[in-house]
Ligand binder design. Structure first.
Ligand code: SF4
Ligand code: SF4
Length: 496
């Protein structure tokens, strides 16, 4: 297994949003330096050659847990100049699904590569689905004789005849096009995928030349608009994804606003700059399993070794779609549930059209089993996989692995503001094609943040497997008995 180096990589913003805010009353402070001497976390610092103590680094503070410690700076300050409260910016981020703790937890994992302890970093506050499921560890045998590296998180992306493709971690990066995200984000994702021996997907927007050195770890997408699709892009990769629909907006297709269609985006998509681009729904050449088979044959004709992934939204009959995809010759059925998508997906569509991914996975897993073809089909789930715990639960429900999307953007500093499609796009340089805004993300910085996030996720998955007495992620597939439903949420909701 390739195991990349984990390095500490801080936020790229000078004012990192944290849960707590340490305030120093400058009119009272005499810069005695006591706080800098007592705090073991480096919240207070007197920079060399400076008389005054620097502004507190609040994101390093452990907050209320510090109150009982002998080094609690507030108690030591002779001028009573220090106070610790809640960061007002922290209060403004998050929603029921992506609570502020999940956002901050993802940032922390991307920074350190370490898993975090605490329920608030495992689940959101949606009141259903993954947020109301828990693993039943109580009576499980614990795998303790072997070290973490010996617990396998490897999955097969092709279980049928043909090229064997294994990935070292049970997740890969989902389709995000050049147009929806910046080139630097695409490159950071590809670099991290290569480091971990997994994949990232181009989405429907073409294959920028800079991405070509990562061919071995890139999935190219063929979607309904056929933007950026050429024989070359299909031939250069190991996996081709046929995207029929997206869980966040099934039945609606894709829409890239004219503001984001720069000259470069237009060139790759063979379109006109500044004009909005639509990917229709559905493929107007596919209305049956036979039509679907023709599509698979078309890809195989161009690249006979290609592994075919079929990405579908979780409509009511998704189980039959999965069986149809098997008979059409696909290797992977990629189920995209309703919770995913960037701020470009309309909320009304996200919340009301597709089936939540938790239901769809089990429906498909059981149907493929009944058909006797489950062992030949790889089931991948996406659309709302926020944490390693979500990933493990999806696998226990019957998926072989998962696809990440939003979690990667959050690792790169996304605050879930939902402005991905407004004007020039993301002010944080993530979901933008504006060359100036895109400069805010450095490729190496971004790749290391993602490498760290994957490391933290792998550690958490290994921890779960260990506590369940398993030595391979493959043992967890379809183990509903390892999960319990926690019932309706009681008490006040968190993180909103
Ligand atoms: S201990 Fe209090 S007075 Fe001394 S530097 Fe820190 S905040 Fe200022
Ligand atoms: S921070 Fe950027 S990527 Fe995240 S939601 Fe806002 S605009 Fe979209």
């Amino acid at each position: 297994m390739s195991k990349p180096v984990i390095k500490l990589v801080h936020s790229r913003f000078p004012n990192e949003i944290s849960a707590v805010e340490v305030t120093r009353a400058t009119e009272s402070c005499i810069s005695c330096g006591t706080c800098a001497n007592v705090c073991p976390f480096g919240v207070h610092e007197r920079k060399p050659g400076h008389n005054r103590i620097s502004r507190p680094q609040s994101h390093l503070c452990i907050g209320a847990s510090c109150e009982d410690m002998s080094f609690y700076c507030v108690n030591h300050c002779p001028r009573k100049a220090l106070s610790i409260g809640t960061n007002q910016n922290y209060k403004t981020i998050g929603d029921h699904r992506w609570t502020r703790d999940l956002i901050l937890g993802t940032w922390k994992q991307a920074e350190t590569g370490m898993p975090l302890k605490g329920r608030e970093y495992e689940i959101g506050d949606s009141g259903g689905g993954f947020d109301r499921m828990a693993f039943k560890f109580l009576h499980a045998r614990v795998t303790d004789a072997i070290d973490d590296d010996a617990i396998s998180t490897e999955i097969d992306l092709n279980k049928r005849a043909g090229r064997r493709i294994c990935i070292d971690v049970p997740f890969y990066g989902g389709g995000m096009s050049f147009g929806s995200i910046s080139l630097s984000v695409m490159l950071a994702r590809a670099k991290a995928a290569r480091a971990w021996g997994t994949f990232t997907c181009t989405g429907e927007g073409g294959f920028p030349a800079e991405l070509q050195e990562y061919d071995e770890n890139v999935i190219t997408q063929v979607a309904t608009g056929l933007f950026g699709v050429s024989e070359d892009t299909i031939q250069r990769v190991k996996i081709v994804e046929l995207k029929y629909a997206q869980g966040a907006k099934p039945g609606l297709g894709g829409h890239l606003l004219g503001d984001k269609v720069t000259a470069e985006v237009a060139r790759l998509r063979e379109a006109v700059p500044d004009s909005s681009l639509f990917s229709p729904f559905p493929f107007h050449s596919v209305y049956s399993v036979e039509d679907h088979e023709k599509h698979v044959d078309w890809i195989k004709e161009i690249n006979p070794d290609a592994i075919i992934s079929v990405k579908v939204s979780t409509a009511r009959d998704v189980d039959m779609v999965a069986v149809g995809s098997y008979y059409a010759g696909a290797n992977i059925i990629h189920l995209d549930g309703s919770y995913g998508g960037t701020g470009a997906a309309p909320e009304i569509a996200k919340k009301n059209i597709a089936m939540p991914i938790e239901y769809a996975i089990t429906k498909v897993h059981e149907c493929l089993k009944e058909e006797g073809v489950r062992e030949e089909m790889t089931v991948i789930a996406s659309g709302g996989i926020r944490t390693a715990h979500d990933a493990a639960k999806a696998i226990a429900l019957g998926a072989d692995g998962v696809v990440t999307g939003t979690a990667e953007l959050v690792a790169l500093g996304c605050v879930r503001c939902g402005s991905c499609e407004s004007g020039r796009g993301c002010p944080r340089g993530i979901a933008t094609t504006d060359p100036e805004l895109a400069k805010a993300v450095d490729v190496d910085w971004g790749a290391q943040r993602l490498i760290n996030l994957y490391a933290a996720w792998r550690s958490e998955i290994v921890m779960i497997l260990r506590r369940l007495g398993m030595s391979s992620i493959k043992e967890l597939v379809g183990r509903y008995d390892c999960l319990s439903y926690e019932g309706q949420s009681k008490g006040p909701r968190r993180g909103i």
